[in-house]
Design a protein around this ligand. Structure first.
Ligand code: ATP
Length: 244
């Protein structure tokens, strides 16, 4: 299986301080890959740099093509979407209008399939269909997260990068949101999921990377890592549960 996104020797610095040290990471077509790790490990930095929002060094390949200087425009054009931690919805607009804006770049390119895309999004998130006329500002935390993911799906990404979709949500809602992320496999969308909630993330992912202090400390199959004593002790035991 060839990699959709591949990072090799990927480094990111904030001024003189290196925040990511030579990270190697791959996401294959249709795969859910999670990056777990403690606060400040560099998870958000990794997504931002892979999206071209921050300058990086090292190799970034997408769809087999090397991008010497990844920019947001280049990544969006190749089918990469990012749902940032701060969801950034249009609060005073309806669910439906938020979704339509997510499909605007396609519309501008002459691809007039927004209604069909919206039906696909509603199939994944039936709750959004029920609330299609409601203002985004009045949605619950979980519904807002679903809308942020739904809006990104309107652009028909090949790879969706999600930054802590469980942040600030009650445990039951975390499970619901992450179960919907698992359903994206059926849409043929690959997912790079950054999560502090290691337990929930490892349940839905195919593979996982553990990022600690800006470097990959461990990687492997999600099920295998969920059974690794080091992961259990640090991320899934009582300490892990508290962090989650
Ligand atoms: P969290 O789970 O708390 O969001 P994280 O794993 O996403 O953490 P990052 O936000 O990527 O971690 O931060 C990685 C490191 O880079 C931290 O030491 C952080 O202080 C530093 N950092 C992040 N953003 C900046 C910035 N704009 N300027 C300087 N340093 C930064």
């Amino acid at each position: 299986m060839s990699a959709l996104l591949s990072l090799h020797g990927f480094c990111v610095s904030y001024g003189p301080v290196e925040a990511l040290h030579s990270v190697d990471l791959e996401v294959h077509e249709g795969e859910i890959v999670t990056v777990i790790g403690p606060n400040g490990a560099g998870k958000t930095t990794l997504l931002s740099a892979a999206m071209g929002l921050l300058p990086s060094r090292g190799d970034l390949h997408f769809g087999g093509e090397r991008l010497a200087r990844p920019s947001v425009e280049a990544m969006v054009a190749r089918g990469v979407g990012l749902v940032p931690e701060k969801r950034e919805l249009f609060a005073e607009m309806s669910v439906e209008d938020n979704l339509l804006l997510g499909g605007f770049a396609r519309w501008r390119r002459g691809q007039r399939d927004q209604r069909e895309r919206m039906r696909e999004v509603f199939a994944v998130f039936p709750r959004l269909q029920e609330r299609r006329a409601q203002l985004a500002a009045t949605l619950s935390g979980g519904e807002r997260q679903m809308l942020a993911i739904g809006r990104a799906l309107m652009a028909r990404p090949r790879l969706l990068m999600l930054d802590e979709p469980s942040l600030g949500l009650a445990p039951l809602i975390v499970r619901e949101v992450l179960q919907t992320v698992a359903r994206l496999r059926g849409m043929g969308v690959a997912v790079l999921l950054v999560e502090q909630n290691a337990r929930a993330a490892l349940q839905i992912a195919d593979r996982a990377y553990v990022l600690e202090m800006g470097a990959v400390a461990l990687s492997g199959g999600a099920r295998e890592l969920a059974g690794d004593p080091r992961i259990i002790e640090t991320y899934l035991g009582l300490g892990g549960a508290r962090a989650a």
